[in-house]
Design a binder for this molecule. Structure first.
Ligand SMILES: Nc1ncnc2c1ncn2[C@@H]1O[C@H](COP(=O)(O)OP(=O)(O)OP(=O)(O)O)[C@@H](O)[C@H]1O
Ligand SMILES: [Mg+2]
Length: 390
């Protein structure tokens, strides 16, 4: 019985998992999860693409690493593979929680973990009656959010990624407009999710926690800090820079508890937790100083972006990967990098009691930034976790 890597397209992370498996001497079987047909009926299942049948391949697999990219496809994949008798990392019950920011936060909250105050209003901004009239619920929703959260409100699509659709309202007019724009969609199935505005500084954190069977869960001691002043959203997708930041023990312990809150009784799992520091005015350096250093670090970071766009990665992943590593190395060796990193680390240490966890990513990107900046190849806990439950 072997380990299956289920994926939609073979991207850098999936190639990275393949490369890491080779290095660790672990056999992997590949399961495409896009242009295939999964059929059930008459006591059998059949999985086939147009040219190839995968049913026997799947029968020989005991553990599936679920790398389907779309959250919905990932839930389908996890659930289907479990019913076919496979163990999955991460299991479908975990995917169910991570799919929704609100469901994730419910789990953290239930264990008393620090989260941003979060409000869910089950009602959609407008309803259409049978006779075609539109009923506007925006003012009521805005009233509820103001009543619970106050004047500064962050609205976010419950199942969104890459910061998409996350908006900040600073007054009632903004709030009404933003509620109006919160339409029901695949990334926001129903209702409105809103949060208090965390008074973070110019960065936030991504923290990796994982568990193998028969071992205690672990938190990687270094976080990936995403930093920039362009927007209140500091996630990397929006062009922010990245730095490594050593984590205080207190934060590592909380992160492990977040992992347990979602992992429940499962033997093996991997998460990338997103967290913010509610530092308020606790900033030892002025913003201008940081902005100057960030500007200086931006040039070598551009060089990284160029390598990322280089199409040789599709033909010769190994050579491309060497180039990528060299680009990260020269970015990280700059003086500006060191300065910003030390400010972040010090600020995290001072404000360690002010951390809030706001999301858990069950299928994180890792090959580029997390691996080369935070120094953890997530493929390793994924593969070792899979081996531990074989
Ligand atoms: N309540 C909040 N207060 C202040 N800033 C916030 C709040 N929620 C989110 N942000 C900012 O917006 C960014 C994106 O938020 P979040 O992680 O919830 O969205 P996402 O769509 O899942 O993004 P990603 O896919 O990059 O994780 C955060 O990294 C943070 O900088
Ligand atoms: Mg996030």
């Amino acid at each position: 019985m072997s380990i299956g890597l289920l994926y939609e397209r073979s991207e850098n992370d999936e190639n990275g998992i393949k490369l890491t498996a080779q290095e660790l001497g672990i056999d992997l079987t590949f399961i495409p999860f896009r242009k295939i047909a999964i059929s059930i009926g008459k006591g059998n299942y059949n999985v086939a693409s147009k040219g190839k049948n995968f049913t026997d391949t799947i029968k020989d697999i005991a553990v599936v690493l679920n790398r389907a990219q779309s959250k919905n496809r990932r839930v389908y994949a996890a659930h289907t593979m479990e019913v076919f008798g496979k163990k999955v990392i991460n299991p479908s019950s975990i995917e169910f929680a991570c799919y929704s920011k609100f469901r994730t936060l419910l789990q953290f909250w239930a264990l008393g973990l620090p989260i941003p105050k979060t409000t869910y209003v089950p009602c959609d901004p407008f309803d259409t009656t049978k006779d075609g009239r539109v009923i506007h619920n925006e003012p009521d929703i805005a009233d509820l959010l103001q009543q619970e959260i106050g004047s500064e409100v962050v609205i976010k699509p419950d199942a969104g990624t890459h910061g998409k659709g996350i908006v900040l309202s600073k007054n009632r007019q903004d709030l009404i407009t933003n509620v109006q724009q919160t339409t029901s969609s695949i990334i926001n199935p129903v209702g409105v999710v809103a949060q208090e505005l965390i008074q973070k500084w110019f960065y936030d954190l991504r923290i990796i926690v994982s568990k193998e069977k028969r071992k205690d869960p672990v938190c990687h001691p270094v976080a990936l800090a995403r930093a920039g002043f362009n927007d209140f959203r500091t996630n990397t997708f929006l062009g922010n820079l990245v730095f490594d930041a050593k984590l205080p023990l207190h934060i590592r312990e909380l992160a492990v508890k977040c992992g347990k809150a979602l992992g429940k009784e499962h033997d093996a799992w991997v998460f990338a937790l997103d967290a913010m520091m509610n530092v308020g005015e606790n900033k030892p350096v002025d913003d201008e100083t940081i902005k100057t250093e960030l500007q200086k670090a931006a040039a070598p970071f551009e060089a990284i972006k160029k390598v990322k766009q280089d199409e040789t990665r599709l033909r010769d992943f190994k050579t491309w990967n060497d180039k990528l590593e060299a680009a990260f190395k020269s970015y990280m060796s700059t003086e500006s990098y060191a300065k910003v990193k030390s400010v972040i680390e010090e600020n995290v240490e001072t404000n360690r009691l002010q951390i809030v966890f706001h999301e858990a990513n069950s299928c994180p990107e890792f090959w580029e930034q997390t691996r080369l900046i935070a120094g953890i190849n997530v493929a390793v806990p994924l593969l070792k976790g899979a081996q531990s439950i074989l």
